[in-house]
Ligand binder design. Structure first.
Ligand code: SF4
Length: 63
């Protein structure tokens, strides 16, 4: 199963929580976070990143 990582980046408040719980696929650049890969075969820690986001701007979809 492949997954698409969708981030509404304009809503990101740059708290760093996603990069903290999921450094494998999330990194901070300036005052926003970015996924290193937007499509992954293994969901890995991306669900935790979505769950921890205080503004719920990360969604995981089946690709
Ligand atoms: S957890 Fe959400 S608000 Fe915080 S940096 Fe990540 S995407 Fe942005």
């Amino acid at each position: 199963m492949a997954y698409k990582i969708v981030q509404k980046r304009d809503e990101c408040i740059g708290c760093g929580a996603c990069a903290s719980v999921c450094p494998d696929n999330w990194e901070m650049k300036g005052d926003k976070s970015f996924p290193k890969q937007e499509q992954v075969d293994d969901i890995g820690c991306n669900q935790q990143a979505a769950d921890v986001c205080p503004v719920q701007c990360i969604k995981i979809e089946e690709a």
